[in-house]
Design a protein around this ligand. Structure first.
Ligand SMILES: Nc1ncnc2c1ncn2[C@@H]1O[C@H](COP(=O)(O)OP(=O)(O)O)[C@@H](O)[C@H]1O
Ligand SMILES: CC(=O)OP(=O)(O)O
Ligand SMILES: [Mg+2]
Length: 401
């Protein structure tokens, strides 16, 4: 029997999304999610797709990402899809920070693990979770290839003019301080899918991708290659996010230290976990914010206004970076679902080319689709991202020989 299945683990700071796929035709055999890892009320949601068996949800104490993967393995085994299956060809892992070392998907060995570990200081919320998933998967199936697919890889094509901060070069190089960018697997997938939606090859189009999830980032993609992105050394720079501030004057940090007496760790927590939408209005879920705006809540409206203002600035900036823009694509939880965000982000930008048709924008669908009126100079699209499929495809390409 040839092994054609790939298990994909997308480990976030407090969650794991996973999918088991058969790569002969990219069908999903099971999908699931472990949430609130290490917190009160952790839970697992598992859906086998093989014989139409329904979703199983249970609350289980899950202390860390190692325990999470063990629970996932148990669920898969109950459906006869366990990690011991000879049909499993590889396990693909999303790894958030690959620094400058990794520009391609990479089969994981001890040296690769050591490098991912060395990068923890620049991805403290993400790389430790990714490492724990990899180590646990290796312990469960030491014989199986494990592949790392890096969020940073797609952005390694950025020119130095976009990748460097304007700080002393020797200091920057000594500490590898530069702009790496994240969500690259999504930006790559969505920019290609947007080209396909336009009936073009990726090399023929320039696309602005807006990945708006809990973490959020924008990228400018010229002829299939990333030329700029909004996240930097870490996933803190750029857009306003669910709990992260995005861009601020770096002097805010000195001010909070000197005048506010705050420690480095306190400021780190403030900017990564207590800022963005949640810091501005107490909610980080765009559904809840939208509901509050409808009720006339002024704090929610202000938070939304700040979120949209930043988004608009990046869209304008990337129009300038690209010169010619063929499409703007919205993706991830907010981008795919929040018509209000899409409408507001592009309102008033018609002179630059993009336009949104209100009726098309209001349609709810899981399909990639255009929401701009026919003949718009810049197409506007909603393109569901699929990081797991992209990771599975890249993983299988490395092991299928
Ligand atoms: N129907 C919806 N309307 C508006 N926003 C939504 C909707 N569904 C999900 N979201 C937003 O998507 C976010 C999660 O996006 P997702 O891409 O799954 O993020 P992440 O991968 O960072 O966890 C939620 O926090 C919520 O704000
Ligand atoms: C890199 C990053 O911000 O990832 P996420 O959106 O999954 O938190
Ligand atoms: Mg995400």
């Amino acid at each position: 029997m040839t092994a054609t299945r790939v298990l994909v683990l997308n480990s976030g700071s407090s969650s794991v999304k996973y999918q088991l796929l058969d790569m002969r035709d990219s069908t999903r055999l099971a999908v699931g999610l472990v949430e609130r890892i290490g917190e009160q009320g952790s839970r697992l949601k598992h859906t086998p797709l093989t014989d139409g068996g329904g979703t199983r949800e249970r609350s289980v104490a899950i202390a860390d990402h190692a325990a999470a993967l063990k629970a996932v393995a148990e669920e898969l085994a109950r459906d006869g899809l366990g990690l011991d299956s000879p049909e499993l060809a590889a396990i693909g892992h999303r790894v958030v920070h690959g620094g400058q070392s990794f520009t391609e998907p990479t089969v994981i060995d001890d040296a690769v693990l050591a490098e991912i570990e060395r990068l923890i200081p620049v991805a403290p919320l993400h790389n430790p979770a990714n490492l724990m998933g990899i180590r646990t998967a290796r312990a469960l199936r030491p014989d199986l290839p494990q592949v790392a697919v890096f969020d940073t890889a797609f952005h390694t094509t950025m020119p130095e003019s976009a990748a460097r901060y304007a700080i002393d070069v020797a200091t920057a190089d000594a500490y590898r301080v530069r702009r790496y960018g994240f969500h690259g697997t999504s930006h790559a997938y969505v920019s290609r899918a947007t080209a396909a939606l336009l009936g073009k090859a990726p090399e023929e189009v320039n696309v602005i991708v807006l990945h708006l999830g809990n973490g959020a980032s924008a990228s400018a993609v010229r002829a299939g290659r990333c030329v700029d992105t909004s996240m930097g050394l870490t996933p803190l720079e750029g857009l306003v996010m669910g709990t992260r501030s995005g861009d601020i004057d770096p002097a805010v940090i000195f001010h909070l230290m000197r005048v506010g007496g705050m420690s480095t760790d306190e400021i780190d927590t403030l900017l990564n976990k207590k800022s963005g939408l949640i810091g501005l209005c107490g909610d980080n879920d765009m559904r809840e914010i939208s509901r509050r705006i409808d009720e006339g809540d002024e704090r929610a409206e202000l938070a939304f206004g700040i979120y949209i203002h930043r988004l608009k600035k990046y869209i304008g900036a990337y129009c300038a970076v690209l010169g010619r823009v063929d499409a703007i694509a919205f993706t991830a939880g907010v981008g795919e679902n929040a018509a209000r965000v899409r409408q507001a982000a592009l309102a008033g930008l018609e002179p630059l080319g993009p336009a949104v048709d209100a009726d098309l924008n209001a349609v709810r669908s899981d399909e990639a689709r255009l929401i701009s009126p026919a003949g718009a100079r810049v197409a506007v699209a909603v393109v569901p991202t699929d990081e797991e499929l992209e990771i599975a495809t890249q993983t299988y390409a490395l092991v299928d020989r």
